[in-house]
Design a binder for this molecule. Structure first.
Ligand code: SF4
Length: 306
């Protein structure tokens, strides 16, 4: 069979497409990135976000199309025989030391801006780190949404320490769940660059402060990175993001404007774009206050404070 893969809206390595590729190659099929000039038995289309544009062109050069990903259907999952496949990292030319995966799926919380509980349900064990760190891959990007909410997840982190793997929990950890024991454990992990936390409400500033102080107490000296959702309130959002600006040094915020998954025509408020623009351009963020940031000719962000 000739199989086409189409990543509609993201260049970030797509785990599902890598597993689909692996599954088909193991069956002797030819797998390639979709090309409108070739002919396929099946084309897999993956769309990550619901607010991005769909693939514009009409696809006629295949017998079958299979669509998946949160951008098409939050409830769709891979068949178990595909899900178990070791990802085919070659389709993204991923370094031989790097692997991607999940130890757990789901989250027990119900934050109103988040699709995870609807998509994946309550938290549950999913894979063992040794099933992900295969073929000598020692640097692991883990996409768990709330690994500390799971006893199994914590045991897996203990295993990560024993195996001396380097990891990045790239969706962030929940600072509220960092106890003294967990802080000691996290300080022993070899992190790829940084530890990430969610800092989505004003109350979570104190949780993140407490968690990072505890981890530091056990010897961690690396960077901290805080995901900050931007909701409706400019002052609250600014205060939360600017808290980490004032803290400085190893503490870096990252803004995420809220996306309404049920409203593909949602317009992101300009203040959210400007706050994100300030935070994400690190050389500007480090050197100027938000009120002095001038993202457009004739406009200074000090106007948001009037
Ligand atoms: S804790 Fe994180 S993953 Fe869980 S619902 Fe809230 S935002 Fe989503």
């Amino acid at each position: 069979m000739n199989i086409g893969l189409l990543a509609v809206d993201s260049n970030y390595p797509n785990l599902a497409l890598m597993k689909i590729s692996s599954y088909h190659k193991a069956r002797g099929d030819n797998v390639e990135w979709y090309n409108p000039f070739d002919q396929y038995e099946k084309v897999y289309m993956a769309k990550v976000f619901s607010f991005t544009e769909d693939y514009r062109q009409w696809i006629t050069n295949t017998d079958q199309i299979e669509k998946g990903g949160t951008g098409y259907d939050v409830s769709k999952t891979l068949p178990s025989q595909v899900d178990k496949a070791v990802p085919d990292y070659s389709i993204y030319n991923i370094d031989k030391s790097l692997a991607y995966g999940f130890l757990t799926r789901g989250c027990p919380n119900g934050c109103k801006w988040c699709v995870v509980p609807q998509k994946e349900g309550k938290i549950a064990p999913y894979m063992d780190i040794e099933e992900i760190a295969v073929n000598g891959r020692k640097n692991i990007i883990l996409m768990d949404n709330n690994v500390l909410a799971s006893e199994y997840g914590i045991e897996q982190i203990e295993k990560i320490v024993k195996l001396k793997l380097r990891v990045d929990f790239n969706q962030g950890l929940d600072a509220r769940l960092v106890t003294d024991d967990i802080a000691r454990l996290l300080a022993r992990v070899k992190w790829i660059k940084r530890i990430r936390f969610g800092c989505d409400t004003a109350a979570q500033i104190a949780d993140c402060e407490r968690a990072t102080a505890l981890i530091d107490k056990y010897g961690y000296r690396g960077e901290y990175f805080f995901y900050c959702i931007l909701l409706n309130d400019f002052k609250e959002s600014f205060y939360r993001v600017n808290h980490w600006k004032e803290k400085g040094g190893r503490f870096l915020p990252h803004c995420q404007p809220y996306r309404d998954l049920n409203n593909p025509h949602q317009i992101i408020p300009q203040w959210q774009k400007d706050l994100s623009g300030w935070v994400d351009k690190k050389w500007i963020f480090r050197s100027c206050e938000f009120k002095d940031f001038a993202p457009r000719k004739g406009f200074k962000c000090s106007e948001y404070f009037y």
